[in-house]
Write a protein that binds this ligand. Sequence first.
Ligand code: ADP
Length: 489
Amino acid sequence: MGPVFREVSTMLRPLKILFATSEVRPLIKTGGLADVSSSLPAALRDLGLDCRLLVPGYPAVLAQCEDLTPISDLPVTLLGPARLLTGFMPGTRVPLYVLDAPRAFQRPGGPYQDTRGQDHADNAERFALLSQVAAQLCGPQNPINWQPDCLHCHDWQTGLAPAYLHFAGRPVPSLTTIHNLAFQGVYSPSLLTTLGLPSESFAIDGLEYYGNLSFLKAGLYYSDWITTVSPRYALEIQAEPLGMGMQGLLQQRRHQLTGILNGIDTADWNPSSDLHLTHNFTYRAMAGKRRCKAALQTELGLTPSAEAPLFGVVSRLTHQKGLDWILQIAQGILTRGGQIAILGTGEPILESGFKQLAHQHPQQVSAFIGYDEGLSHRIEAGADLFLMPSRFEPCGLNQMYSQRYGTLPIVRETGGLADSVTDGVDGFSFMGDTAHALWLTVERALAAYHDRPLWRRLQQTAMRKDSGWEKSAREYAALYAQLAARAHS
Ligand code: ADP
């Protein structure tokens, strides 16, 4: 235990952390941020911290949270009226504040896009509102009887909160976590006044970003500390190409930039108790995994075969994820007797590429275009190998789910994939950025698959790995304590 963490545990009262996020599982999810927002606050509370969530009142949030109680109207300038509701995350004791602002959040579609997949036209105002309220809950005008010691923001959606805090005299320290630097919340500078930001903020030492304003840059510039969701990604974003225009600032702030690897929810992703599976299994008793594979092949209409190496893919279908390389090598996998099960939605060109592949080889390839949590668990359990050749990957969760389910991941050595998969030990990895580099690794993995004793050893190592949240939650706790101590010194 480091000296800073000792400080947390010996403090007279628990540290109070406001965790401001635009998505949280199971209420609303578009990606890994939702998983982190549900697991990390719970893990922090297990360590004794008083961590509470602030989330927008989307229809899905209001519908799933029973017994929300109004506690205060909020004096907001954007998309009002707004009030704060309080309750708990369903099935937990994690306190929840819901920002109920019907004009901003009660509408059809997803959190960021409408039903046609277009960004909501007023996203800047909507997430500035969320950021404004997060800052309000930390300042002298806080309408609730709970004063955080630290504000933890996530991605561009809450990026303006550290800026609002800065111009309110920095009443508490703030931390911004980058889950994906590719999404930067870039808007016209003409919005500056509407968003309640002073003109001095529109500067290179501020939130100006190539002539526009960037919510994410505001978070990176004004917060007291920055984290990314893996140590490797923290290094990668200090240079091109993964710095995506922010590398200069990130380099400047490298002494306040740390990578903390995400954990996974080990209760939800537990092969011995997973309710989405027809059979359960452990690293000692693997018969259930063989049955899961047979059940998956039946469910997806693939040829029943215990021997055929079954490759799983669960992903947003985007360029980032390197899935075009999978399309390029698919024929090779099929020629080797392999099968492929894909679950995902995203870019039309990838969706149609996988649909076409499945159409041409219905007994060897299945492509389910859509979002299906149960199927994602059944693919993790039933597949032998998992393909995740991302061009970049801030952390990634599926490779860790795969390891826990004895499904060896094949990953590109980048970001969190590099930090969580060791080649030839608990998965397979490659460095290049071509379909050929992926193929060479697939060939190595297939050779290992056909060596049963070796495969068994690899599976056991992967399944016994501790990918839970406790270690990372301790690192966050230490960081909050350090920030709070500095603020008081
Ligand atoms: P990202 O946040 O970049 O999308 P992550 O690997 O960090 O990638 O997290 C993705 C999360 O979303 C995982 O929990 C994954 O299982 C889930 N997921 C992605 N696509 C689907 C889908 N089509 N159906 C079900 N779950 C999905």
